[in-house]
Design a protein around this ligand. Structure first.
Ligand code: UDP
Ligand code: GLC
Length: 400
């Protein structure tokens, strides 16, 4: 079995990291996940017995606004990390970069060790999400160093190509999920509703880290256009330094007098039972969502879902068949659809059922893991990499 060095810049469990947890698992006897920060994600990997190592204690600060100079100076500080990765990668067959900073470090290691580099692109490389410089760095390194870019959706692939990425190196692979994890005992669901005091309410769920572009404020605003018994639960925490936004949301709730109708539940490790306790799930991102794990998870839970019509969400949902797609950032439209869903329970049930069938067909983890294994095998044992490998063996033989 091939040996893989996975690299990820985050110590916290965002969507890209939860994805990595699932795809690294089949390789756990032959892989290492190298992280650029400590945190809860490391614990999750350890729980699954996936080898993990935190490779640096240095905080790597490259923000959306950072310039090339700032980027280069942070590269300087990264020297110990880069050296470590170069050394470690010599024991592995390939380097799998799961985030942008992992791509930068992985590309340098690839340069020195010639280990094939794969870039899993979880981001839409548009100016909504990235500075021009950061986008340019990602595309240039991917084009020059990566043998393969795996894009999280067609939308992600298109944005990569539009930013100058080579079309011939990109493949789309969706996130995968174990559908049985989204089947929950009815008694547990009732218990949750009872404990949260939402037994009689129409419960709208929002499951996402608290971040301005995830648009929790749109849902809060929408509640003011819904009847009193419509309640929202916000599951998630600020993961990447967005504490100001958290404060802002609490302030908004207080100013609108919605304290009894909005519950902040913080980060929850096990979201399925909570999702099952909702009547409807909303996704309110105001910038295009690259994939949107929460949408797929809502579908697997057989819950109707309203999502912002942009990015990956458009591939996941067929409007009025497997959910509803609405204009991003519009709280009035969101309220209209919440009310519509509430007033049409039978239609909502049918939509949720169709969504569950679709999600089980398209996002089953075993299939997704097979797709990735196939891409990695093709890369390692055919074509370019094989030619390079043969050349290396041939030159070594000649030297004998
Ligand atoms: N999630 C979680 N606990 C929470 C909030 C979110 O486990 O309290 C999970 C959620 O179920 C989803 C992931 O975090 O699987 C977020 O991924 P998504 O693609 O929706 O967004 P991202 O944060 O990666 O942009
Ligand atoms: C990123 C994206 C999210 C996607 C996740 C997994 O964090 O923001 O949309 O679902 O990666 O690919």
């Amino acid at each position: 079995m091939m040996k893989i060095l996975f690299l990820d810049q985050s110590g916290k469990p965002g969507g890209a990291e939860l994805f990595l947890l699932d795809i690294a698992k089949p390789y756990r006897n032959n892989c290492l996940v190298g992280l650029f920060a400590d945190g809860g994600f490391k614990k999750l990997l350890e729980q699954q017995e996936i080898p993990v190592q935190v490779l640096t204690n240095q905080v790597i600060k490259v923000s959306k606004e950072s310039s090339l100079m700032e980027g280069l100076s942070s590269l300087n500080k990264l020297a110990p990390l880069i050296n470590k990765v170069i050394k470690i990668s010599q024991d592995y067959d390939l380097i799998y970069a799961n985030t942008q900073k992992a791509l930068v470090v992985g590309a340098i290691a690839h340069f020195f060790t010639h280990r094939p580099l794969i870039y899993h692109l979880h981001d839409i490389l548009s100016l909504d999400h990235f500075s021009k410089t950061n986008r340019q760095i990602a595309v240039t390194l991917a084009n020059r160093c990566a043998s393969l870019v795996i894009a999280t959706s067609q939308a992600t692939k298109t944005a990569f190509i539009e930013a100058g990425g080579k079309p011939e190196i990109v493949e789309v692979v969706y996130n995968g999920f174990q559908s049985e994890n989204y089947e929950i005992d009815e008694s547990k669901i009732n218990q949750i509703r009872q404990n949260l005091g939402i037994k009689q309410q129409f419960v709208v769920g929002h499951f996402s880290r608290l971040s301005p572009w995830k648009g929790q404020h749109i849902l809060i605003e929408a509640l003011t256009h819904c009847p009193e018994n419509v309640t929202a639960i916000l599951v998630g925490d600020a993961l990447f330094g967005e504490e100001d936004y958290t404060q802002q949301l609490h302030k908004q709730v207080a100013e609108l007098g919605l304290e009894k109708r909005v519950k902040f539940l913080g980060f929850q490790a096990d979201i399925a039972p909570l999702m099952k306790a909702c009547d409807l799930i909303t996704h309110t991102s105001i910038s295009p969502e690259p994939f949107g794990r929460v949408i797929a998870e809502a579908m697997l839970c057989k819950k109707p879902v309203i999502a912002a019509k942009a990015g990956g969400a458009i591939e996941l949902i067929e409007h009025q068949k497997t959910g509803w797609l609405i204009t991003p950032g519009n709280s009035l439209t969101l309220a209209e659809f919440i009310n519509y869903c509430r007033q049409h329970p039978e239609l909502s049930e049918t939509i949720a059922q169709q969504a569950q069938i679709f999600a089980r067909q398209h996002f089953e983890l075993t299939t997704i893991n097979q797709q990735i294994a196939q891409l990695l095998n093709q890369l390692m044992y055919s074509g370019e990499e094989m030619r390079k490998l043969r050349k290396e063996i041939f030159t070594a033989d000649e030297r004998k």
